[in-house]
Design a protein around this ligand. Structure first.
Ligand code: CDP
Length: 248
């Protein structure tokens, strides 16, 4: 904790994302992530405001960050300050996105001509270069190391953390009769003195996951918006109720 007794509040806007904003605080080691109702797809081509999405995602992400932290994954998340603001450690984001897949869908189905819904024999871990201007191209770990985006040990830590997150999330959703198809994670570096640790950053929400209702295959994630399958606000409210046992 900071020794400065002032309460945390949003300071300078550091980063304007698609669904979130990042603000500085009086504490140089901490930032506030502010969740908005904005939704985008296809790298910002499709945009809308989805009622209450920010509140729902802020609470869902906090819930899962606490769960994975309890399972031993270091996280930048510290606590929710209110409905939309989340206090997190400030990290140096590693520009390599990690996608974990349990079932074929989306980009993988398209790239390899596989049917969506094919269950993978083991979790598949993929890497993408975090670049909006290049549309997040897929890379491998060697590319990341050679181009200096991440060290080999950092990629090993990311891999291990991602698989542990997958185990925790998959088991949780399974209890609710929902299959965790895939999800994306981002990691960052936290440096204390001369020591650097890799921690899970960003969010764990249905914006960055695919969640299919078991039996019906009904989509309970942002694909509802991407593919015009229904009302995303209703979908997220339903998901919230299933997770927390009460309406938002
Ligand atoms: O979404 P798309 O089909 O283009 O890409 P994908 O590689 O199949 O996405 C795998 C998972 O990562 C999905 O759950 C996406 O929601 C998530 N993802 C994300 O959150 N952000 C990205 N920039 C790309 C994928």
């Amino acid at each position: 904790m900071s020794l400065d007794p002032r309460p945390y509040s949003r300071g300078e806007l550091l980063y304007q994302g698609k669904a979130k904003q990042v603000y500085a605080t009086h504490d140089p080691a901490r930032i506030i992530i502010h969740y908005t109702d904005g939704a985008t797809a296809f790298n910002g081509i499709k945009k809308a405001d989805i009622a209450d999405k920010g509140v729902i995602n802020c609470r869902i992400s906090a819930f899962f960050m606490e769960k994975v932290a309890a399972a031993g994954v270091p996280v930048a998340f510290e606590r929710n300050l209110d409905d939309r603001d989340q206090l997190c450690l400030k990290v140096d984001i590693i520009p390599v996105e990690v996608v974990v897949r349990n079932v074929v869908a989306g980009g993988l189905a398209k790239k390899l001509g596989l049917p969506e819904g094919q269950v993978l024999s083991a979790p598949l871990v993929e890497h993408f270069y975090k670049s909006d201007s290049l549309n997040d191209p897929q890379i491998n770990e060697s590319t990341a190391v050679v181009l200096g985006w991440a060290k080999a040990w950092e990629l090993r830590a990311m891999h291990e953390h991602a698989l542990r997150v997958n185990s925790v999330l998959k088991a949780f959703w399974s209890e609710l009769n929902i299959d965790l198809v895939d999800f994306k994670l981002e990691f960052g570096r936290v440096t204390v003195g001369t020591a650097t640790a890799v921690v899970l950053a960003d969010e764990i929400t249905p914006d960055g996951s695919r969640l299919w209702e078991r039996g019906t295959g009904r989509k309970l994630d942002k694909d509802v918006f991407r593919r015009d399958l229904g009302d995303l606000s209703d979908t997220y409210r339903e998901l919230y109720t299933r997770v927390f046992g009460k309406a938002v």
